[in-house]
Design a protein around this ligand. Structure first.
Ligand code: SF4
Length: 703
């Protein structure tokens, strides 16, 4: 609108991007957002990063979907380089809502009738509000009739959740990142908060300035390293060896908290025996860290009065991701570093509502609040709530669904806000699976890469266009409010899900997300004492919350853990190699992730003008020495090849990169990093190994 426009109203909401969950205010004139400012939310204290501050104009991008679309007869499914998302009428025809919904639902109903409930699956999204996630998993479970429902948590922290559920009985953080201010020592491992949780990073910097010692454990260097007391750069994929060596030091030097272990844990003797021979000297070669450095960090952590561990997808996105998280949990339990202010375990959640969408049951093996689908008693409560019998078999996960399509088991899908044609590993396989679907319904803001495989596309709502709650990494349930009208024929997502459900014969009659939230409270004890009205008043309430007028618990499990025995459990682990170790043909480690300016597959941020101007094209980050070896200057094109395919993109020099390693962000469709990645799964969390694939680098044209 130009600098001269002055806002005529404001609307308070929450940032739609990362799991920090910054509260913000939209400043509008004539229903258009002019700018965004930070509010004094519990997790941001008025701060915003570049995404929250400038990434607000994507809903008005020229390619925004404003009417339902139906694939034209004879147009093949898949990515067509000539397709222009701003003019989808070359491949799709516009349709009325009635026609599109009827066709969308009928295709799914027909497949269920012909092949049974197992023929259908659904992907919701961490972009969904809690209410949308609840409705979506309810539709799959009660309408489709299976548990084949998943979302991007499977690609993010599923292994962390698996380990946390196994060891401490709860998949959420035990303490918020605000507690870092009270910690004497903070370990950051497998995470890069300055890039991926930028406002959380400011709290870490502030803590360091006030005396908290930061220890960074990661194969890559990072901006927070400038504030760190100590950094351990280890060999990619050797996490378990390194953490076991730290446990060895803590056990053999008797730095454990005996009282805590006796009062709150079980299985310590087995862990102590397990790590007895895994000394720093024995592990140093495999993890690439001198033994004395391992000893120093282990002692620092164990002898700190209050210490926390934060981790990200560098921990979780491995075939040993669950083992990595088990190790971190063992470290905290051995030293008694949970349950008190300034202590805790905190997997930094990636998307704005990955915590809430998981809590709401957008997971194939558990009902809302992580209640296993195989537990007859717990399942019965939901059968009563929803007045329908439920499948007792855990459903398929994201990558398993892609395999099941190839095997002819899953034949139809409903995908809401997810973009597996960009986010799944081994994209050629994933895209072939999407193309093989007999019926695909996609609900999104744009004709995403995934929508280009759809039979029917339903135009959805952007975050500023709807009311809803989201839950951030700190377990804070927060309220987002509608600020702008829906464009054209686009509709709010809960309404669209309900219309599909009605066409499955379900008698749904929700009139507003607050009615959905009220139903959620009946099935989710985690929401006790949190009401829509309270959220309207207070904006944010942390769960668990003990009373209607009390604040929620920032630190949990001081007295007992939510396990059958009330105790946490040590889970010993053995170092495992990456699924695809480097070798003579593929001698370099490929690792993938996010950039500060872009978010996930880029479907929103690449359509936000300022953000895409800042980072408009795909780059591969390499150490200076690696570029010299390739005889490439920064900016020159590089081809990266793995056993699954190749991409070409520009190089960027990054002194934080290790030699023998390359980093590629996964948000660029024109050089899609996931063409390259390995679909091998962690056996517990079923998460792919995005953080390690063997690759070969060559100047473009010389591959
Ligand atoms: Fe949004 Fe995360 Fe940035 Fe906060 S830190 S403004 S939640 S992207």
């Amino acid at each position: 609108r130009g600098d001269s426009a002055i806002a005529d109203r404001t609307v308070d909401s929450v940032c739609p991007y990362c799991g920090v969950g910054c509260q913000l205010t939209y400043h509008l004139k004539d229903d258009e957002i002019l700018h965004v400012s930070g509010r004094d939310g519990p997790s941001n204290h008025n701060r915003l990063c570049v995404k929250g501050r400038f990434g607000f104009d994507y809903p008005r991008h020229p390619a925004r979907l404003t009417t339902p679309l139906i694939r034209k007869p004879g147009v093949p499914k898949g990515l067509d380089p000539d397709f222009d998302p701003a003019d989808p009428t070359t491949h799709f025809r516009e349709a009325s809502w009635e026609e599109a919904l009827d066709l969308a639902a009928q295709g799914l109903v027909d497949l269920k009738t012909a092949h049974g409930p197992q023929a259908l699956a659904g992907f919701g999204s961490a972009k969904c509000s809690n209410e949308e996630a609840w409705l979506f998993q309810k539709l799959v479970r009660t309408g489709f009739g299976s548990n084949h429902v998943d979302h991007c948590t499977r690609l993010c922290h599923a292994s962390s959740v698996a380990a946390l559920m196994e060891c401490i009985g709860s998949g959420a953080v035990t303490a918020s990142f605000l507690q870092a201010a009270q910690a004497d020592l903070v370990i950051l491992t497998g995470c890069n908060p300055a890039v991926n949780h930028p406002v959380a990073a400011t709290f870490f910097k502030q803590a360091a300035k006030r005396g908290t010692r930061l220890v960074i454990i990661d194969p890559r260097g990072q901006a927070l390293g400038a504030h760190a007391h100590k950094t351990l750069r280890f060999t990619p994929g050797a996490d378990v060896a390194l953490f076991n060596a730290m446990l060895n030091v803590i056990v053999t030097e008797d730095l454990v908290d005996h009282d805590y272990i006796a009062a709150h844990t079980e299985g310590f003797a087995a862990l102590a025996e397990h790590v007895r021979d895994l000394t720093p000297e024995a592990m140093a070669a495999s993890c690439g860290v001198p033994a004395e450095d391992i000893r120093e960090v282990a002692r620092l952590y164990a002898t700190a009065e209050r210490a926390m561990i934060f981790w990200g997808m560098g921990i979780s996105q491995h075939v040993h991701g669950t083992d990595n998280a088990r190790c971190l949990i063992s470290l905290a339990l051995a030293c008694g570093h949970t349950g008190r202010p300034g202590t805790g375990l905190h997997p930094l959640r990636g998307q704005n509502n990955v915590q809430g969408a998981s809590d709401a049951g957008l997971i194939p093996m558990v009902l809302p609040d992580y209640q296993p689908v195989g537990d007859a008693q717990l399942r019965a409560a939901f059968e009563e709530l929803w007045s329908t019998p439920l499948d007792d078999t855990p459903g398929l996960t994201v990558v398993e669904i892609m395999d099941a399509i190839r095997d002819g088991v899953v034949r139809g899908m409903y995908i809401l806000g997810e973009n597996p044609a960009m986010s799944d590993p081994d994209l050629d396989h994933a895209r072939a699976s999407l193309a093989a679907l007999e019926h695909l319904v996609v609900q999104d803001l744009f004709v995403t890469e995934t929508a280009q495989f759809a039979d029917v596309i339903l135009p959805a709502s952007a975050w500023p266009e709807k009311d809803g709650t989201v839950t951030n990494t700190n377990r804070q349930v927060q309220l987002g409010r509608q600020a702008t009208p829906l464009p054209g024929e686009a509709r709010v997502d809960w309404w669209i899900i309900q219309e599909i459900a009605r066409r499955f014969g379900l008698a749904w009659d929700y009139g507003h997300p607050r009615e959905v939230f009220a139903e959620m409270k009946r099935g989710m004890p985690s929401l006790d004492h949190i009401s829509w009205e309270r959220l309207e008043r207070e904006g944010s309430v942390t769960y668990p919350c003990p009373a209607d007028d009390a604040p929620g618990a920032d630190v949990v499990f001081g007295d007992a853990f939510p396990t059958a025995s009330g105790r946490a459990r040590f889970s010993p682990t053995l170092p495992l190699p990456p699924d695809e170790p480097i070798d003579g043909d593929y001698p370099t480690v490929l690792t993938t992730g996010r950039q500060l300016e872009h978010w996930h597959t880029g479907s929103m941020t690449r359509r936000a003008r300022v953000l895409d101007d800042l980072e408009p094209e795909a780059v591969a980050s390499l150490a200076p020495g690696e570029l010299r070896r390739l005889r490439l200057a920064p900016g020159e094109p590089l081809t990266i090849t793995t056993r699954r395919g190749h991409i070409t993109l520009k190089t960027r020099v990054d002194p934080g990169m290790a030699e023998g390693m390359v980093f590629v962000p996964f948000c660029y469709a024109e050089a899609a990093a996931n063409i390259l990645t390995n679909p091998a799964l962690d056996p517990y969390g079923k998460i792919p190994e995005f953080k390690y694939a063997a690759c070969r680098l060559s100047p473009a044209g010389a591959a």
